[in-house]
Design a protein around this ligand. Structure first.
Ligand code: ZN
Length: 140
């Protein structure tokens, strides 16, 4: 399944260039064109799925199994980032897992919002947790 206008579907179909490192039955991986560090790649489902909620479970599992593999490139650690939704920074609406090699002093990092250092009250955590639990139980 492809989606017209989706750059990742075009790359997967060979209609746009991609530097592939993996192609298997359900997922592929290719180099990010704007790498944070050398070796930064994207693992994508072969079938178009815009968001995490659209992603079949086996494809999600295959994406993480692919992300476990390592190369000989410099890599002291790895960040796995799946931005789901524009507010989270998703810029291509074909689910993709960034695999970003990390090493000390590479300069990359997360920026925390104002108030991050303020620990919430336990009651706030419990209220949010109860809402999430209720939503999870509703889909089981
Ligand atoms: Zn797509």
């Amino acid at each position: 399944m492809t989606d017209s206008g989706c750059i990742f579907c075009e790359i997967l179909a060979g209609l746009s260039p991609g530097s592939f490192v993996l192609r298997d039955g359900s997922v592929s991986a290719f180099m990010d064109i704007q790498p944070i560090n050398p070796g930064h790649l994207l693992v994508v489902p072969n079938a178009h799925a815009a968001h995490l909620a659209d992603l079949p479970g086996p494809d999600g599992m295959a994406m993480f199994l692919a992300a476990q593999r390592r190369s000989g490139l410099r890599c002291e650690g790895v960040d796995l980032i799946l931005a789901d939704g524009a507010a989270a920074g998703q810029d291509v609406f074909h689910a993709h897992l960034h695999v970003i090699p990390r090493y000390a002093g590479d300069g990359f990092g997360f920026r925390f919002g104002p108030g991050y250092a303020d620990l919430p009250e336990r009651s706030e955590l419990d209220v949010a947790g109860a809402r999430i639990l209720a939503a999870l139980e509703a889909v089981d």
